[in-house]
Design a protein around this ligand. Sequence first.
Ligand code: NAD
Length: 503
Amino acid sequence: MDKFKLEFDNSFIMVYIGKNLIGKDWVTNPDRKLKKFSPVDGKLIAEFPAATISDVDAAIEIAEESFEKWWRIGSVERSKILYRAKELIEKNRAELENLLMMENGKIKPQAVEEVDGVLDQIQYYAEFARKINGDVVEGTEFYRKIFQYKVPYGIVVAITPWNFPAGMVARKLAPALLTGNVVILKPSTDTPMTAEWIVRKFVEAGIPPGVLQFITGKGSEIGDYIVSHRKVSLVTMTGSTSTGQRIREKTSSNMAKLILELGGKAPFIVWKDADLMNAAKALIWAKFWNAGQSCIAAERLFVHEDVYDKFMNIFVNMTKKLRIGSPESADVGPLINQQALETTEKFVSIAKEDGFKIITGGKKPDLKGDLQNGYFYEPTILEGNKDSSPIFQEEIFGPVIAARKVSQLEETIRLANDSKYGLASYLFTKNPEVIFQSADQIMFGELYINMPGPEASQGYHTGFRLTGQAGEGSKYGIEEYVKLKNIYVDYSGKELKIPSMNL
Ligand code: NAD
């Protein structure tokens, strides 16, 4: 990326050769390469290293050597480097936006929004430099005290998904580094370039060698090894529930602390007194943002029977107006890869077998030129009421939603909670009883009432059930990266008496 200027253009043919950062060296491995294809037109855009076990070993050894020094420079000095990284990203933000469009297929306004989010998160975490406080607790006697220090874990492995390839990287690097941990980042093989670009900016900002390292490779080849390495103390991973479960199994050997941000299946409830226009706008966002590839995407639509026809009419008409195509000009971009496209198609075909009716969409769009080879799928609305169907139970992760009529609040809350996932949920109503009963009973980490998402840096992003454990954002999110260490002191100067041992 430092060799040429990245510009987004559908005829872009240059192939970027990605590198890994081990210690202070940016390295390639000509014998072990992975390929990255554009989601927009299917063309090869990058090759990058498939790291080996010995690369992981080298990175861990260097991380271990770098930890003590990084911890000791103090959080204020560390925050200065974060602020500098933020400045550098901001100054060069057009490059990052272009990368997001090129590598992820993100539409332009959403690429801009993601970069805003990256800057906001780095700023938010950097501001914690003076706010990480331990405690002093009274001991069992007056001259005894317990000092509770907040200390970094040590070596943190950060594993990120492809759907917010810049945002997820920032949300892990900033709190982990601010609190004095050293980090080895492994991004998704679908978005190595964005992650490399951000790491380069942190390095340029002055992160010392070895404090932040970067390796690319398949989870299936290096994933198990790195997360279970005996020197790794914390694994922060955002991705699918199945990968999270595997990481949990593999870390039983090193007992690494886990921050697991996994899948979602958000219910979206439109109650009979809702502002239907606002609800429809929020749903367009909640469903088709990032082409439906979001952990907080609305995936199940529950509409009160009194307003069902009226609401669906507004929602379907808005959906039909969405423009699909090039990230430069469209409202909905492509899915990330061929496999994601096939999975989406399969969900729709199973739903049809389960008796669901397609109201709009349900196929690949008819696009012109190179876009024909991209992984696009039409924004799709289905309706039906088989609650056990995969369309209502499994994470689709595409621009597809199934709708169902509801009538009683108790039944609606039961349906909303009927999911193995528990991340985001949405409710549109003006009725305070419905609001507060839902707030009590909808068992999801986030409930958005009369508004769209996404989560804010100062909110705690977390989920119930198979959405994972721990969370990110807010003071609670930063506390995930520090451990409490207890120092007991007796400063009385008196002779010790230990009655239970007759001493
Ligand atoms: P994924 O599980 O396929 O991959 C996530 C990361 O895990 C990648 O970097 C991958 O290489 C790595 N990985 C795979 N196998 C591994 C192993 N055995 N050991 C270690 N690492 C391994 O997920 P994805 O397709 O990249 O992302 C989409 C998923 O992420 C969706 O389920 C989505 O809901 C979830 N997600 C959750 C949140 C959240 O905040 N809860 C946010 C964004 C995405």
